[in-house]
Design a protein around this ligand. Structure first.
Ligand code: FAD
Length: 396
């Protein structure tokens, strides 16, 4: 029997996991990615302090395509015609029987964005962050501000964790160098209580951390614009900064505007529990065989929901299962909504905190020293299990 074809757009957590599991089900899989490597974002937080090299965070997609037997096309997706399952790229046009969209998200625009760098942006920005911090170290001191922004139209796209992690790591790096007292570190965010979705106990713990590490807080004021030497807020007050690291909240990927995809107010793709794209003009998504997963989608669920790599991977495995079921004429489906939780090991360079949030509330458990090594071990596991050098732990 001829293998059915699936086109997977994107080679991040969502796209790669979908390609791997669709191959396990015997589909002919083609992946289109504009980068030729899979980037392990969670462990990129160590690049700015030199604890990891850029190459340590990248896994070549060619190597992954050889191991799993999917075809890899490195190209830029420009337009998506989901009704026809047709995709226009910079160097060609592609069609398929099943389409899986996993090209991540776009970023909220901010005035003066040339004056900050983001750890969640283009991967190579992490190297520039390191250069800017190193320059200040060479100079002998300075003011560093790190923070994140909101998206009022879709709060599930706010990403604050890595800003805490990079700042705590920078603190520890400077302390090790014996020059922490020469620096002023500030954490800023427009919300009154950044991190509130992790629960009250987590907020209290973060407060303790900030005080103990002598990190200043600047919360509750909307950001007006970024300048070369600081951040201007809604009341025209200024936070001075020699270097600013800022994570804009996510919104719809710009490519989605060049498509017939159904989008929410923030420009993200509307899907059902099975990750089938729900077109505005049609109540029968099963007719189109178009799926969207990971940071590209409008996530449904409780107020505190957040987009994370592990949710992206659950969606991807579900989609592989659902496509297989559809192709066999089975009614069985797997949904993502029951898997919504927040789960991460928030690193500080000398330890970490285990953060967990579900319907019942949030928990933040300190894990001095060992937490740091758990996150390191996870990074190693992520790379080697995807390359099939070691067996997978189910669900991880
Ligand atoms: C610094 C950082 C730390 C994080 N830490 C954690 C953590 O500890 N735990 C956790 O669960 N989550 C964490 N996350 C979140 C997690 O990384 C994301 O949820 C996850 O990356 C989403 O996967 P994705 O595949 O949807 O998108 P992405 O990983 O963004 O992948 C998108 C893919 O699409 C490709 N692409 C984009 N545009 C195009 C185009 N036009 N044409 C072709 N290809 C394109 C990209 O090259 C990439 O391959 C972190 C994120 C960051 C940035």
């Amino acid at each position: 029997m001829e293998m059915k074809s699936v086109l997977v757009l994107g080679g991040g957590f969502a796209g790669l996991e979908a390609a791997i599991f669709l191959r396990k089900k015997g589909f002919k899989v083609t992946m289109i990615s504009n980068r030729d490597y899979f980037y392990i974002y969670p462990t990129s937080i160590w690049i700015p302090t030199g604890e990891a090299e850029f190459e340590d965070i990248c896994v070549p997609l060619k190597e992954l395509s050889d191991v799993h037997g999917f075809e890899l096309i490195v190209d830029e997706v420009k337009e998506i015609y989901s009704k026809e399952r047709r995709v226009v790229c910079a160097n060609g046009e592609y069609g398929c029987e099943y389409l899986v969209i996993a090209i991540g998200s776009g970023k909220m625009k901010h005035e003066g964005s040339e004056h900050f760098l983001s750890i969640c942006g283009e991967p190579k920005e992490a190297i520039k962050i390191k250069e800017r911090i190193d320059e200040l170290i060479k100079k002998g001191g300075g003011k560093i501000a790190m923070g994140f922004g909101g998206n009022p139209k879709d709060p599930s796209n706010v990403r604050g964790g890595p800003a805490f992690e990079v700042l705590f790591n920078v603190h520890n790096h400077l302390k090790k160098l014996g020059i922490r007292d020469k620096f002023e570190l500030t954490f800023f965010a427009p919300m009154e209580k950044p991190g509130a979705r992790l629960g009250e106990q987590a907020l209290k713990m973060m407060d303790i951390f900030f005080k103990r590490l002598d990190i200043k807080r600047h919360f509750g004021k909307k950001i007006k614009r970024f300048e070369s030497d600081g951040i201007i807020f809604e009341d025209d007050s200024k936070l001075e900064s020699d270097f600013t690291m800022f994570i804009p909240a996510g919104n719809g990927h710009p490519v989605f505007k060049n498509s017939d995809l159904p989008l929410n107010e923030a420009g993200l793709i509307k899907i059902n529990d099975y990750c089938e794209v729900i077109h505005d003009y049609d109540e029968s998504p099963e007719f189109y065989n178009v799926f969207a997963i990971g940071d590209s989608v409008a996530l449904d669920g409780p107020d505190w929901r957040a987009k994370q790599g592990h949710v992206a991977e659950v969606m991807a495995r579900n989609v592989a299962f659902n496509i297989d079921a559809i192709s066999k004429g089975s009614e069985e489906r797997k949904g993502y909504m029951s898997h919504i939780n927040i789960l991460c090991v928030m690193d500080s360079g000398d330890g970490a905190a285990f953060v967990y949030r579900n319907d019942k509330g949030g928990k933040m458990i300190p894990m001095p020293v060992v937490g740091h090594w758990i996150k390191k071990a996870w990074g190693w596991y992520c790379r080697n299990s995807k390359l099939e050098k070691i067996p997978r732990i189910p669900g991880l």
